[in-house]
Design a protein around this ligand. Structure first.
Ligand code: ZN
Length: 157
């Protein structure tokens, strides 16, 4: 795929997911873990709800909130990729996602699917936080067994 095709696809996927976010909504918390994510540099906010199965896999995941197209699209893409996945698979996705944004000249990891397109945000450093917000919230949900917690892109990762 050449560069202009890739950019067109990037625009299409971002617009599609920001207009019609998948897995939008809320889950009862508890038992779901709720993480409020905040990206003050852009004004993006997200409430992420993660329902873990007993084996640690992600039984269900939903999000609500408001923000720019990239933050919403990234959250939508993230929920699609992680829903129903085992803990090890989610860990691998999180790792691949961070690698994607920090190594824009490398071929993305195929496990990311459409999430690969978010690699395009490296050209807009302020937008990297928008793309990262939902993923930071998921990391927080996994790391913290509290039923409600918060994360911000302004804190060290
Ligand atoms: Zn944003």
């Amino acid at each position: 795929m050449n560069q202009s095709d890739l950019e067109e696809l990037y625009q299409q996927v971002i617009l599609d997911h920001s207009r019609r976010p998948r897995n939008a909504g809320e889950l009862p918390s508890p038992p779901a873990i709720k993480v409020h994510g905040d990206n003050p540099s852009c004004g993006d906010e997200i409430d992420l709800f993660v329902q873990f199965n007993e084996d640690g896999s992600l039984g269900d995941i939903k999000f609500s909130g408001q923000g720019c197209a990239i933050s919403q699209a990234s959250a939508s893409l993230m929920t699609i990729k992680t829903k129903g996945k085992s803990r090890a698979e989610v860990d691998a996705l999180l790792k691949a996602f961070h690698h994607l944004l920090n190594n824009h000249e490398e071929e993305p990891d195929e496990i990311l699917g459409d999430v690969q397109l978010l690699q395009g945000v490296w050209k807009f450093p302020q937008r990297v936080k928008c793309a990262t917000l939902a993923w930071r919230a998921l990391e927080q949900a996994i790391a913290d067994d509290a039923s409600s917690t918060e994360v911000t892109t302004e804190s060290p990762s």
